[in-house]
Design a protein. Structure first.
Length: 87
């Protein structure tokens, strides 16, 4: 399943660390939005990594994107990879 991760973190150092961590685990869609194609075990590891990096500070949301929703998504930007869609 694909997860969309979005965040709003004020601290530059923490925000940078989180961005680097998410880049290793997924695809950056926008400055603070990532797509992570993952199974349940890996997404739990990602959640733990996010918590470790942020210390529970900031606003972070993970949204599961089921196959049905993904199939109804519409790609609107030519710079996006073929296998990721914006909805």
């Amino acid at each position: 399943m694909t997860y969309i991760v979005a965040y709003d973190i004020e601290n530059d150092k923490v925000r940078g660390k989180l961005a680097r961590f998410l880049e290793k685990n997924g695809l950056r869609l926008q400055k603070s939005v990532f797509a992570i194609d993952s199974n349940a075990k890996k997404i739990k590891e990602v959640q733990r990594g996010i918590s470790r990096i942020t210390g529970g500070k900031g606003k972070i949301a993970l949204f599961p994107l089921c196959a049905n929703c993904a199939s109804r998504s519409v790609k609107i930007d030519d710079s996006m990879p073929e296998n990721f869609l914006i909805f």
